[in-house]
Design a protein around this ligand. Structure first.
Ligand SMILES: NC(=O)c1ccc[n+]([C@@H]2O[C@H](COP(=O)([O-])OP(=O)(O)OC[C@H]3O[C@@H](n4cnc5c(N)ncnc54)[C@H](OP(=O)(O)O)[C@@H]3O)[C@@H](O)[C@H]2O)c1
Length: 276
């Protein structure tokens, strides 16, 4: 088994994920894995970095495919004894002008951004090594969306005692009510992407509390962050930040120095802990 340290970035064949891999290739003392659901697109991205003189490794990883997740987790466990840095970046968003029914947008968006990212964490958190860093790419939209939920829902999202099961139930309830056209009555706002990121930030806080309780001596730091509004296929050409600028906060959290104790379980933007 290799004693080399290893960093893994999901959805990193383009956009912010690719820029995170680029920055890690320059700054991280270890192997850096660019992962993608499509092997062709992933290998093209590895080659593009190679033409910049950067060496990324590749592994296939489709977070919507449980088999792909468990295969990758087993690979990193076998080859490196686990992972040192995990960045959950893969995500989707319907465009504002998309006329797909809200019920479908809710189901599809939550499936990748919340449920599949949770599947990643279910299978990868147990193999995150002592001193590890976990970064979930959420969004400021998730913080804004939290404030648009009913007071009861807001209270649960912000509570210290919400469990993963309760959160999963809330996310499922949002999808189920959206399918019936009753989500507003249920206290949920009209944004599937926003809800998916409210859920992901809350999940990050739950996992951080769990790590502190169950692995208190392992010094793992887990945070959610917003990369800012970034020019990618998702956000379009009008966004102010370049993808490399969008990578700055995620990479800062991934490279928090050994022995650091914070931030942990926070929502971070522009390298600053944000209110939740
Ligand atoms: N851009 C912004 O302004 C902004 C702001 C806040 C948060 N974010 C978040 O930042 C992250 C990256 O977004 P981006 O702007 O870089 O978007 P992007 O350019 O559309 O890139 C998204 C990446 O995720 C991958 N992906 C999607 N579904 C996947 C799956 N099931 N398994 C594995 N990979 C998958 C995509 O792969 P394919 O190429 O195969 O589709 C692509 O590599 C997302 O979580 C997004 O929500 C972005």
């Amino acid at each position: 088994m290799s004693t080399t340290k290893v960093a893994v970035v999901t959805g990193s064949n383009k956009g912010i994920g690719l820029s995170i891999v680029r920055a890690l290739c320059k700054q991280y003392q270890g192997d850096v894995y660019l992962t993608a659901r499509d092997t062709g697109r992933g290998q093209e991205a590895v080659e593009s970095l190679s033409s910049e003189g950067l060496k990324a490794m590749f592994h296939q990883l489709d977070i919507n495919d449980l088999n792909s997740i468990t295969t990758a987790a087993a690979f990193f466990k076998d080859k490196y004894g686990g992972v040192d840095v995990l960045i959950n970046n893969a995500g989707i968003a319907f465009k504002g002008a998309d006329t797909t029914a809200f019920a479908v947008q809710a189901e599809v968006t939550l499936k990748t951004n919340f449920f599949a990212t949770r599947d990643m964490l279910t299978h990868f958190l147990p193999i995150v090594k002592a001193g590890g860093r976990v970064v979930n790419i959420s969004s400021f939209v998730g913080a804004r969306t939290l404030n648009q939920c009913s007071p009861d829902h807001q209270q649960r999202f912000r509570s210290e005692d919400i469990t993963e099961e309760e959160l999963v139930g809330m996310m499922q309830q949002f999808v189920d009510e959206a399918k019936k056209g009753e989500h507003k009555k249920g206290g949920w706002p009209d944004t599937a992407y926003g809800m998916s990121k409210t859920g992901l930030t809350t999940l990050s806080m739950i996992h951080a509390r769990q790590l502190s309780k169950e692995r208190p001596n392992d010094g793992i730091l887990l945070n959610a962050c917003c990369p800012g509004w970034v020019r990618t296929d998702m956000a379009g050409p009008k966004a102010p930040k370049s993808p490399d600028e969008g990578a700055i906060t995620p990479v800062y959290l991934a490279l928090l120095p050994p022995g650091a104790t914070e931030p942990h379980g926070k929502f971070v933007s522009d390298k600053e802990v944000q209110p939740w």
